[in-house]
Design a protein. Structure first.
Length: 203
């Protein structure tokens, strides 16, 4: 990884333990890098490493890139009236008591949004105490989005889903890694689980 970083300078390194509970820290690094170095980009997408997007069709899913759009790339936004206090995706009761409804959010940080949205979420998260909140998709596409006063995330259309998304079928792609790196309108962050917590940035 060190050799790749020297050759391509495409890694964002965070100095924290790589655990599931630290996914919000990894995600914040992505927002921070996008805010600091990618002001000419129209969009940003946070996508799990088992989901591959066809870049040539990506812009077609946005109705108007000037608006504050957030699109859930795996389908519909998730809407839970009550938080979950058990299982892998639990949160702590003192962080979100069940007298409050959860905001809708995009599954697994698998979402795309506009530059304006990303900036608003980053700025809001920058002065908000994470308080060890452990579920990154709820935190950024739900809580921080709502706190920033942004509209509800949208569902991707069936047509849009079929056009841009190849999930767990990497061999079907006609694009090589080099082709992906050359695409400029947006960034795609792949979560790479390493000891020190690394984002493999494809720009």
């Amino acid at each position: 990884m060190s050799e790749e970083d020297i050759e391509f300078a495409d890694m964002i390194v965070g100095d924290f333990e790589d655990t599931y509970d630290n996914l919000p820290l990894k995600t914040f690094l992505g927002y921070q890098f996008y805010h600091d170095f990618c002001q000419n980009s129209k969009y940003v997408a946070f996508i799990d490493d088992d989901t591959i997007v066809r870049f040539d069709e990506f812009e077609s899913i946005f109705i108007d890139p000037i608006e504050d759009e957030m699109i859930c790339l795996r389908g519909h936004p998730i809407q839970h009236d009550n938080p979950t206090y058990h299982g892998k995706y639990h949160i702590w009761y003192d962080q979100w008591p069940n007298v409050y409804n959860m905001p809708s959010y995009c599954n697994g940080q698998c979402m795309a949004t506009t530059k304006q949205n990303a900036a608003a979420i980053y700025n809001t998260a920058s002065f908000t105490d994470l308080n060890e909140f452990r579920i990154e998709d709820i935190y950024y596409t739900g809580i921080m989005r709502k706190k920033a006063g942004l509209p509800e995330p949208k569902s991707i259309t069936v047509q849009g889903f079929k056009k841009i998304l190849h999930e767990r079928v990497i061999k079907s792609l006609k694009y090589s890694y080099e082709n992906l790196r050359e695409f400029q309108p947006f960034l795609i962050f792949r979560f790479i689980f390493a000891i020190i917590g690394i984002f493999d940035l494809i720009a």
